[in-house]
Design a protein around this ligand. Structure first.
Ligand SMILES: Nc1ncnc2c1ncn2[C@@H]1O[C@H](COP(=O)(O)OP(=O)(O)OP(=O)(O)O)[C@@H](O)[C@H]1O
Length: 308
C-alpha cells in the first residue's frame, strides 16, 4: 500500500453463518478519487463498508484504510474519516445542533461555521430534534456530520437515500468539491446515474462478489441508445444491418429504428449516404444496459485489467 492508496481491501470476506455477505473482495481506492460502489440490494455493499471500518470482523482477508490497519488502528482511523451509515438511528432527544456540536467535539473541535454552511446548503433546520425529523432530514444530519471536519476520506453508504432531487444535486456538488480539496470519497449506491456524474471509477458488486471495476468514461462509451432516423425516401434495412454496434434494425418506409451500442459513428456514416430529415437518439439508459451487461454475466470478469 502506498500513500496513493486510500483504501485497500485484500481478499475481504464475510459470511454470516452460511450466508455470504461479501467474498474475496480485492479492491483499491486511490487517494483523491471518488469511487462509486455499486450493486443491487443485498449485493454486499454495506457489509464491505462495515468491514472497512471494523464494525464487522472479516471471516477472511483484511483492509487497510488511510495507511492504517482497520482493526488495530480503529480509533485513530475513525477520527480521520467521515462516515455516513446506511441506516441512521438517533434515539435521543437532541436537536440537530446539539448532536452536531457533540460530533464536532468528539473530533477535536470543528468550526461551527462549517456546520452551519453545510446545513444551509442542505436546507437543514438545526434547531429541531433529530428524532422527530423526516428520513430525508435525518439523512442531511448524517451528511453534515460526515463532511463537517473535512476528513481525508469519506465513506458514504447510500448517501442520497431519502433526499429529494434538488438535495441530491447539492450533495453531488459537495462530493465534487471534496474531491477538489483532495479528499477521497467511497460511496455506495444502487443507482448508477448518481455515481456516474461524480465518480472517477465505479466498482460493481453482485451476489457478494466484485463483478468489475471501471473508469466512468468507459461506462459512457458502453452506453446503448435507441436511435430513430427519418429519411427523405424509403431505405433498406440491409444498408444498416451488420454495422458495428448496431442491432435491432427495423425499417418502416423512410424510418429506421435501431439500437446502438457504443459509438454512433458507423451508423451516422451509413445514414449520410441518404438524405436525412431528422435523427432522434433516446438518452442512454445506463442503468438498464450497463447493469444488465454485468448482471447477466456477459461483462468482463477481468477485474484487474478493467480497473487498470
Ligand atoms: N446481520 C446479517 N445477518 C445475516 N445476513 C446478513 C446480515 N447482514 C447482511 N446479510 C446478508 O448479506 C448479504 C449482503 O448484504 P448487504 O447489506 O451487505 O448488501 P447491500 O449491497 O448493502 O444491500 P442494500 O443495498 O440492500 O443495503 C445479503 O444477502 C444480506 O441478506
Amino acid at each position: 500500500m502506498t500513500s496513493d492508496t486510500a483504501v485497500l481491501a485484500e481478499d475481504l470476506t464475510k459470511f454470516y453463518g452460511p450466508r455470504r455477505g461479501i467474498e474475496e473482495l480485492t479492491l483499491d481506492v486511490r487517494a483523491g478519487e471518488v469511487m462509486g460502489f455499486l450493486g443491487p440490494n443485498g449485493a454486499g455493499k454495506t457489509t464491505t463498508i462495515r468491514l472497512l471500518l471494523d464494525f464487522l470482523r472479516p471471516t477472511r482477508g483484511h483492509a487497510r484504510v488511510l495507511g492504517m490497519d482497520s482493526r488495530r488502528d480503529k480509533a485513530a482511523l475513525h477520527r480521520q474519516i467521515g462516515y455516513l451509515p446506511g441506516e441512521l438511528a438517533f434515539p435521543g432527544r437532541e436537536t440537530a445542533e446539539e448532536l452536531l456540536r457533540f460530533f464536532g467535539d468528539a473530533r477535536g473541535g470543528v468550526p461551527w461555521t462549517a456546520v452551519t454552511g453545510l446545513a444551509e446548503r442542505l436546507d437543514l433546520d438545526l434547531s429541531r430534534p433529530v428524532r422527530a425529523m423526516s428520513k430525508g432530514n435525518k439523512q442531511k444530519v448524517g451528511l453534515v456530520q460526515a463532511f463537517m471536519h473535512r476528513p481525508a476520506l469519506l465513506i458514504l453508504d447510500e448517501p442520497t437515500s431519502g433526499l429529494d432531487p434538488l438535495m441530491q444535486q447539492e450533495f453531488l456538488a459537495m462530493v465534487r468539491e471534496a474531491r477538489d480539496h483532495g479528499q477521497t470519497v467511497f460511496m455506495s449506491s444502487h443507482v448508477l446515474a448518481e455515481v456516474q456524474s461524480t465518480a472517477d471509477r465505479v466498482a460493481i458488486v453482485r451476489d457478494g462478489r466484485l463483478a468489475a471495476v471501471e473508469k466512468v468514461e468507459t461506462l459512457g462509451r458502453r452506453a446503448v441508445r435507441s436511435v430513430e432516423i427519418h429519411f427523405a425516401d424509403p431505405v433498406e434495412a440491409a444498408d444498416f444491418t451488420g454495422l458495428p454496434g448496431v442491432t435491432q434494425v427495423e425499417v418502416t418506409g423512410p424510418v429506421l429504428r435501431c439500437t446502438v451500442d457504443g459509438r454512433l459513428d458507423p451508423l451516422i456514416k451509413a445514414a449520410a449516404r441518404h438524405e436525412v430529415i431528422d435523427l432522434l437518439s433516446a438518452e442512454p439508459d445506463l442503468e438498464e444496459t450497463f447493469l444488465s451487461y454485468y448482471y447477466t454475466g456477459e461483462g468482463t470478469s477481468d477485474v484487474a485489467a478493467a480497473g487498470a
